[in-house]
Design a protein around this ligand. Structure first.
Ligand code: ZN
Length: 141
């Protein structure tokens, strides 16, 4: 079964009707068996705002949102790991990364903090291992 939103050009009424299939709908329309529920006019067109199209749009949005929250959860997991294993250095990231890189102390310390693309690029050019990860705020749901 398929539901169509129909529109009567004669009295401007919108109404829904069920059909066995789109082919059946075309047949009924061709045979002029389609008439308005309100004024009986045969001047009926299929409305472009078919409810099944609206629904799939809505579903698309839902799927899109789900995808987003999946990615967000991944980032959150990543953040948790970093917060646990890395030391936060705030806005001094580039400075701290450099200090670590050039210090004689070779004990591996991991740090994380805020930086900008230019600084990260410079760090990479100096051979300092740096990764950029997207960060979501804790309260941002
Ligand atoms: Zn009508």
């Amino acid at each position: 079964m398929i539901k169509y939103k129909l529109f009567c050009k004669n009295c401007d009424k919108n109404f829904d009707s069920w059909f066995a299939s789109s082919i059946e709908f075309e047949k009924i329309k061709r045979m002029k068996l389609l008439n308005c529920h309100q004024c009986n006019s045969k001047n009926i067109v299929k409305s472009l705002m078919a409810p099944n199209i609206l629904n799939s749009k809505k579903e698309e949005k839902l799927i899109e949102n789900k995808k987003h929250s999946k990615i967000k959860n991944k980032i959150r997991e990543y953040q948790k790991f970093i917060k646990k294993n890395f030391e936060y250095v705030g806005d001094n990231f580039a400075y701290e990364a450099r200090t670590l890189h050039y210090s004689k102390d070779k004990s591996k310390k991991n740090i994380y903090g805020n930086s900008n693309l230019k600084e990260v690029k410079e760090l990479k050019e100096e051979g300092i291992e740096t990764e950029i990860i997207p960060w979501v705020k804790d309260l941002d749901n």
